[in-house]
Write a protein that binds this ligand. Structure first.
Ligand SMILES: [Zn+2]
Length: 386
């Protein structure tokens, strides 16, 4: 029997999207095309709980993140500006009497951690991520790989991590977590005053019909209501929330309730409609038509990888794609085997247009193409779709 892992409802669900084969990891790239073509696939079956709005992949069996994982987007000015915007959001909504101690779970490449400590007088910043090769001290940011997602007392004392912190940050972590209640229970065990959570927003995906968000790596999607229901279980209330990054992401700051009030159920209406019907085959036809025979994608992020796979644009259809991250250049996309190249390495005479996968990057891509003295048509692939 299906059960909602947030509100424990057993009765009302609706299926949003299912697919027999998507890449198991969409941020793991390969040095050889044969390895990329042979990489594992998994089925997905996304359902929405109609009581709290939580969206989850009913087939998800968990994933090990101790793999060679590349999620850095530090090479884009648009993204760097966005990081500053998120830091401003947190800073204007918290209030501390002394410089705070901060613990970030899922800190990735520490771009966010390093930006925050450079802009904000803080006491200590502990950046925790299971994909770190080892613990290391990176200036003001202490990077640490824990043996488990939560921090036991013995682990804390072994690594001088304080037993209490003022602010816990979890950016783009919850979408990877199959059992969100267990995860939040671990990160709020020491009752930090504030918890900041950033997630991709489920209502954005549902309303835009962007199927390529439904990857295997992302098994849980939240919106204001489902996140509030989750945090209320631990005595936290939302004090500020905002849709950001073209409304794709939800920023939410929670504060520990001063009075124990675990029976309060938040009355939050979804901002956007949730009855949209999906039509996967016409979405595929439209995007295939727009790409044409000589289009090339710009963007090898997880969403780019998912788009190539859902559209079945394998290496024979689109041999190359473009990305500005030099760490990805010359690697191959999982399952479809497209080669990723820096814009400088592309022979543009083979293509007649560039398809950008996120409208926020349109101007940045156009100016980069112009700087290469190229007169190429640059269009937003999903225009009008979302
Ligand atoms: Zn639910």
């Amino acid at each position: 029997m299906m059960i909602c892992n947030v509100c424990q409802s057993r009765f009302s669900f609706r299926r949003l999207f299912h697919h027999p084969r998507v890449p198991e990891y969409n941020l793991v790239y390969y040095k050889k095309i044969a390895e990329a073509l042979a990489s594992k696939t998994k089925p997905v079956d996304f359902q929405q709980c109609l009581d709290c709005g939580f969206v989850f992949n009913g087939t998800h069996g968990g994933l090990d993140y101790n793999v060679d994982y590349e999620s850095s987007r530090a090479f884009s000015q648009v993204f760097t500006d966005y990081i500053s915007h998120v830091i401003d959001f947190i800073r204007t909504n918290v209030c501390f009497e002394r410089p705070p101690t901060i613990i970030e779970f899922g800190a990735g490449d520490c771009q966010f951690a390093n930006s925050l400590v450079s802009e904000w007088p803080i006491s200590r910043y502990f950046a925790i991520d299971p994909s770190y090769k080892m613990s290391e001290d990176n200036g003001k940011v202490y990077r640490y790989r824990p043996p488990a997602p939560d921090l036991s007392e013995s682990t804390r004392s072994a690594y001088s991590i304080p037993s209490s912190s003022d602010l816990v940050i979890a950016r783009h972590v919850l979408e990877h977590i199959r059992e969100p209640v267990d995860f939040i229970s671990g990160i709020v065990a020491s009752k930090p005053t504030y918890v900041f959570i950033e997630v991709p927003c489920s209502s954005y995906i549902i309303d835009s019909g962007n199927y390529h968000f439904f990857s295997y790596e992302h098994c849980s999607y939240f919106d204001r209501k489902s996140l509030a229901v989750l945090m209320q279980k631990f005595g936290y209330s939302c004090i500020a929330s905002k849709y950001a990054f073209n409304s794709e992401n939800l920023l939410s700051l929670f504060k520990l309730n001063e009075l124990e009030n675990k029976f309060f159920i938040p009355e939050i209406k979804e901002r956007r409609g949730s009855n949209k019907q999906f039509d996967f085959s016409s979405w595929l036809r439209l995007l295939t038509y727009r790409t044409g025979k000589r289009g090339i994608f710009w963007g090898a992020s997880g969403k780019g990888v998912m788009l190539l796979n859902l559209l079945d644009f394998h290496y024979k259809v689109m041999p190359q794609i473009i990305d500005v991250n030099p760490k990805l250049s010359e690697l191959f996309v999982p399952c479809t085997g497209n080669q990723i190249l820096l814009p400088e390495l592309i022979d543009f005479s083979n293509y007649d247009k560039i398809l950008v996968l996120n409208s926020l990057y349109l101007d940045e891509v156009r100016s980069r193409v112009a700087s290469l003295s190229r007169d190429m048509e640059v269009v937003y692939l999903l225009e009008g779709v979302n």
